[in-house]
Design a protein around this ligand. Structure first.
Ligand SMILES: [Zn+2]
Length: 395
């Protein structure tokens, strides 16, 4: 934690930026609100998704900045919640979005295709505003079926695709050919994991460049993004106080490369304040300077709290499995489960000897591999790469 970050936090706290019913007595123990010490900051309790859900919109709202709108979280990881998005949030968003977009080379000539349903959740709105922030344009594809996507592509000629990492999965079908006059040059994805192996397959197929960003829908949409090195997410430490929390000690991990829980305190006067927000994402600090030369900080987000395995102290995330299967087949589908007699079995369309070795190295145990026939029968019932049973077995 930097002294500068504590100074900014202290100023916002002293000036009432965190005033709301949900945090009514949270900061009472702090001696001098204009001068919060690191030890005091670390005593502030985390804010969990459950705290947000337990407090209604009014209890979480701060009244220092006019309301721009009321938006919701996506609800993908639990119940949807609504929050006040203030004029100040919008101003900060424009600053962050401009940085994210310019970093990947997007400009005012670009037209984005937004592959997301435009509902009350903040994500699709902020994906649109990313373009308006830089003077670019956008076209919505709220039901992004392959047919709808291709129709927008052929009629509006978008240059950038915004959506989930699965937005272009339909194009992995062997019989799909990218139109020769495709205008798409960038793909900006957030909201879920993807592997570099899959990134390469999609990039080669479309002749585009794919960049990841991190969206936290309780803060607002995109708050961090990749640069051309495609190695970790850049962010501004004067806007986001990021902690990587060791789940055993519940203290911040200072060293780079060690995985912990991502906790974020937005450092501005937010419409619905959040302090030490527990994101439920696993991440680590990247403490070496990025080769792109940009100052500021970087983290790598590994995966979600409810979708990982802990094997002999090592973490295995869905993107690790995808990395292996995409290295040899253009298929995103792979599942891991336990047999009746507790043997770990990998379900894929088929895998090479090298792929098997890679899986065995990852799991550090003997593995069984499904036949194609068994895989085809299994996949209709598989919502996640890891079954509940195997998570209980390892974690
Ligand atoms: Zn960089």
């Amino acid at each position: 934690m930097q002294k500068r970050q504590l100074d900014i936090f202290s100023k916002i706290l002293r000036d009432g930026g965190y005033d709301c019913e949900m945090y009514a007595s949270t900061f009472d123990f702090i001696k001098d609100k204009g001068n919060v010490t690191e030890e005091e900051f670390l005593r502030i309790p985390f804010s969990y998704k459950s705290d947000i859900r337990a407090n209604n919109l009014e209890k979480r709202s701060n009244h220092l900045s006019n309301t721009f709108g009321i938006f919701g979280s996506s609800g993908t990881t639990g119940n949807k919640t609504y929050y006040k998005f203030s004029m100040n949030d919008r101003a900060v968003f424009d600053r962050i979005a401009t940085k994210i977009m310019h970093r990947v080379g997007a400009n005012d000539k670009d037209l984005g295709i937004i592959c997301a349903p435009v509902l009350d959740g903040v994500m699709a709105h902020t994906m649109m505003w990313e373009y308006t922030a830089i003077g670019g344009g956008y076209v919505n594809c709220p039901i992004p079926s392959p047919e709808n996507f291709m129709s927008v592509l052929n009629n509006a000629h978008p240059t950038i695709v915004s959506g989930l990492p699965s937005a272009l999965d339909f194009s992995l079908a062997p019989d799909f050919t990218v139109p020769e006059d495709s205008s798409v040059r960038l793909f900006l994805s957030g909201g879920s994991f993807f592997s570099n192996a899959k990134r390469k397959v999609i990039e080669d197929k479309w002749g585009l460049s794919w960049f990841d960003f991190l969206g936290v829908s309780e803060i607002f949409g995109p708050i961090m993004g990749e640069c051309h090195m495609k190695n970790g997410l850049h962010y501004d430490p004067e806007l986001l106080l990021v902690e990587i929390i060791d789940p055993d000690t519940m203290r911040p991990i200072e060293e780079g490369g060690k995985i912990g829980m991502l906790v974020i305190t937005p450092l501005w006067n937010k419409g619905s304040p959040l302090v030490r927000y527990w994101t439920d994402d696993w991440a680590y600090i990247m403490d070496e300077p990025c080769e792109c030369g940009e100052a500021g900080n970087r983290i790598f987000v590994c995966g979600r709290k409810n979708d990982y395995l802990s094997i002999n102290g090592n973490y295995v995330f869905p993107r690790d499995l995808e990395q292996i299967v995409f290295s040899e087949a253009n298929s995103p589908e792979v599942y891991v489960d336990l047999t009746e007699d507790n043997k770990v079995v990998v379900y894929t369309r088929g895998i090479s000897e090298q792929g098997k070795k890679d899986f065995i190295k990852l799991f550090n145990t003997e593995l069984e591999f499904s036949t194609l026939e068994v895989f085809e029968n299994m996949k209709a019932h598989k919502p996640s790469l890891f079954s509940k049973k195997i998570k209980e077995y390892f974690n």
